[in-house]
Design a protein around this ligand. Structure first.
Ligand SMILES: [Zn+2]
Length: 287
């Protein structure tokens, strides 16, 4: 069985394929097809939730809860989601998108059967806007705190001191938004970041980020995903040509095709715990 071919990188939400494996499990069956438009949640960096939708054949249809990563080892071990014992792309494993359904597979859903796949479009569009907004907010955050570094921490996709890369701990994307957590502990201070000045100027930093995001939304430039190959395991990058430069970020998720899809993107910064910055990003879709 080859790696699953995926079409979500180009924005696809529908596809036709054939079933290559049905794996019955405790929480229902997992369906694997040759090619899918479903974006699966990543098992090691679960920032963007998997797509939901349907698999159907004629008048028959089943709900897909949330697409997940699966992998089969060369010696036949089938593992799903966080049970996969290796990182995405490790050799000796075949990488798959699994579609979990409730209950066992119905009689028409068998290996070899031709099926139609349809992603829930409104949810996908919301998650794509949320993911693009998340990247833009991170780049704007790096720019807004660039003067607070006393040593060179390396650079982000726009050549700015890489606060995101140094401090980001978790990123959770939802429809039209994201929540990012940054660790502001001793190691960041040792790396040369002026945590005290940051805390003292939090409101100004927030305003700087939001001003930048307003400019970027107004620029209405395109936002695209570039794939190095057709399968789930091929590397993909998000690219956006901003006034400050062309940002390219390795990214397995989906994105909205243009910043004109936003009415606005805004962040709020929370430093209730002085060791933990929480950035909440909220996007409003254009009408
Ligand atoms: Zn991403």
């Amino acid at each position: 069985m080859p790696a699953t071919v995926v079409s979500f990188a180009s924005g696809a939400v529908r596809g036709a394929s054939s079933v290559v494996r049905i794996e019955e499990g405790d929480q229902g069956a997992l369906v694997v097809v040759e090619a899918t438009p479903f974006h699966p949640v990543d098992h090691t960096w679960p920032d963007q939730p998997g797509d939901s939708g349907t698999i159907s054949s004629g008048t028959e249809s089943v709900r897909v809860r949330e697409a997940v990563m699966a992998a089969v080892s060369d010696d036949g071990v089938f593992a799903v989601g966080t049970d996969i014992p290796v990182k995405r792309g490790v050799e000796g494993w075949t990488w798959l998108v699994a579609h979990p359904i409730d209950g066992p597979a119905p009689s028409w859903l068998v290996e070899g059967a031709p099926v139609d796949l349809a992603v829930d479009e409104a949810r996908r569009a919301g998650l794509s806007r949320g993911h693009t907004a998340c990247h833009l907010a991170s780049l704007a955050l790096d720019l807004a705190v660039a003067d607070l570094w006393r040593k060179d921490p390396g650079v982000d996709a726009l050549g700015t001191p890489d606060f995101e890369g140094r401090a980001n701990q978790t990123s959770r994307i939802h429809e039209d938004g994201a929540v990012d957590e940054y660790r502001l502990g001793k190691s960041l201070r040792r790396a040369g970041f002026d945590t005290e000045s940051f805390a003292a100027t939090l409101a100004d930093r927030t305003e700087a980020i939001n001003a930048r995001l307003r400019d970027w939304v107004a620029s209405a430039v395109s936002s695209e995903v570039l794939a190095e190959g057709p399968t789930i395991v091929d590397r993909r990058r998000w690219r956006c040509e901003l006034a400050e430069g062309t940002a390219e970020i390795l990214c397995g998720g989906t994105h909205t095709p243009s910043l004109s899809d936003f009415l606005s993107i805004e962040v709020a910064l929370d430093l209730t715990d002085p060791q933990l910055l929480v950035m909440t990003t909220t996007a409003s879709p254009a009408a």
